[in-house]
Design a protein. Structure first.
Length: 145
């Protein structure tokens, strides 16, 4: 699921000739992101290291390494909501034991996003990816305990 959804984004980006069109598309993806309930916007779900406010709430189906990862995400910045949607396409539906192998940096580079994000936004994306990987690792550690 995750790979097909991301491939669809990559194909769309290939047809968008300039960065402004790609930027608008990312913002539109953010608008289409499943809303996150305000009750989930608590410090435990907040991603540290982002200039904007960002929350990621994991939704894990199953137990152990075979469990499937999904998440709800939200931000107070529209472009960041779009970046969350891109990360959702990259990670959602994957097995927990496969999340660490996802190279988000290479995926964003493939879309050309790496070259067009400010240093603050790039740091924020790295923080979101780090949070996703930490959630996966915590789940795997709990399964081993």
């Amino acid at each position: 699921m995750a790979e097909a959804e991301f491939e669809e984004i990559a194909e769309t980006f290939e047809f968008l000739d300039d960065w402004e069109d790609r930027y608008r598309h990312v913002i539109e993806m953010g608008r289409d992101l499943t809303p996150m309930d305000e009750a989930l916007k608590v410090p435990m779900n907040k991603v540290e290291g982002c200039a904007s406010q960002v929350w990621i709430y994991p939704q894990i189906d199953g137990t152990g390494p075979e469990a499937r990862f999904d998440f709800l995400g939200d931000s107070d910045a529209m472009i960041v909501r779009g970046l969350i949607a891109v990360l959702h396409a990259l990670y959602a539906g994957r097995r927990m034991d496969a999340l660490q192998g996802v190279d988000a940096g290479a995926a964003l580079a493939r879309l050309g996003l790496d070259a067009h994000l400010s240093a603050q936004r790039s740091n924020g994306v790295r923080a979101m990816v780090g949070r996703i990987h930490a959630l996966a690792q915590a789940h795997l550690d709990d399964a081993d305990a």
